[in-house]
Design a protein around this ligand. Structure first.
Ligand SMILES: Nc1ncnc2c1ncn2[C@@H]1O[C@H](COP(=O)(O)OP(=O)(O)O)[C@@H](O)[C@H]1O
Ligand SMILES: [Mg+2]
Length: 262
């Protein structure tokens, strides 16, 4: 579905992504791991149109999508989750979801509100859709809660929920597990697997929790110093000498332990 060819992203003289080539198969949950500073988030940001690449190409189903803007990629079904913006935190969870089809596609916030007021029928359909999404994610009980009052994990579920308000094909998740307790991380994992199996979503997931990556992801791509170091099944990757080497200093074992205890 996604093919990244010899991608470079330089910040001044610093090569954050240094000739990375990856492929994400349709229907996969592909993991992306690597030590801090490996260039994972930068690679995501280039694929998702947040940053222009220095050189290289990104293809989606064979079409060159390099340098397209996030809202253009959104219309193609390529989504990157992002944190709930400050101005949305005082809106309810349901309202946050209802804003997505208009708000995230690049339409202005006010015209979206205006449209909502004028077209009551469309609004009811959106509210129904939002309620379905909340039920799917098992957070119906917080539908009328202000988004700013949610726990860290519930916010992550809401971020995932926003991808369900539109016809997403591929979703990029950057550190879904950061600051999330074990129970909610499992809920997020289950939601990802169900979206993959039941709705055909393809995922690419950056995560430090090796247990989470091991259970969900096949294949796993390892990045270090802006380059792709290895790709394979999670258990093979963990045995790979070059991968273990790349993690030395930060300590793969410590990370796995930290993941297991989180
Ligand atoms: N906007 C930027 N300007 C300068 N350097 C950046 C910028 N964004 C990221 N970097 C640097 O690029 C490297 C890779 O960062 P990042 O992609 O966030 O790594 P990861 O997500 O793997 O931890 C880091 O050394 C980081 O400091
Ligand atoms: Mg990162």
């Amino acid at each position: 579905m996604i093919k990244v060819e010899n991608l470079h992203k330089h910040f001044g003289g610093f090569h954050a992504v240094d000739g990375a080539s990856i492929e994400i198969e349709t229907g996969s949950i592909t993991g992306l791991i690597g030590p801090n500073g490996a260039g994972k988030s930068t690679l995501f940001n280039v694929i998702a149109g947040v940053l222009p690449p220095t050189s290289g190409r990104v293809l989606m189903d064979g079409e060159d999508i390099t340098g397209l803007k996030p809202h253009e990629l959104f219309h193609k079904g390529l989504l990157r989750t992002f944190q709930i913006a400050h101005e949305f935190s005082s809106m309810t969870v349901r309202e946050n979801l209802m804003m997505v089809p208009a708000g995230q596609s690049g339409e202005g916030l006010w015209s979206a509100w205006f449209r909502r007021g004028r077209i009551a029928q469309e609004e009811r359909a959106l509210a129904r859709k939002a309620d379905e999404v909340l039920e799917f994610l098992t957070i119906s009980h917080v539908a009328d809660e202000k988004a700013g009052n949610l726990s860290g994990g519930q916010k992550k579920l809401l971020e995932l929920g926003r991808t369900m308000m539109v016809d997403a094909k591929i979703v990029f998740l950057d550190e879904v597990g950061a600051g999330v307790n074990r129970t909610l991380l499992n809920t997020i994992g289950e939601a990802i697997v169900r979206l993959n199996k039941e709705r055909g979503y393809t995922f690419c997931v950056i995560e430090h929790d090796m247990d989470f990556i091991g259970r969900l992801c096949d294949p796993v791509i390892v990045m270090a110093e802006g380059k792709v170091l290895a790709q394979g099944k999670a258990d093979e990757i963990m045995q790979n000498e070059a991968v273990i080497e790349a993690y030395l200093g930060t300590g793969l074992k410590n990370k796995m332990k930290a993941g297991a205890n989180a």
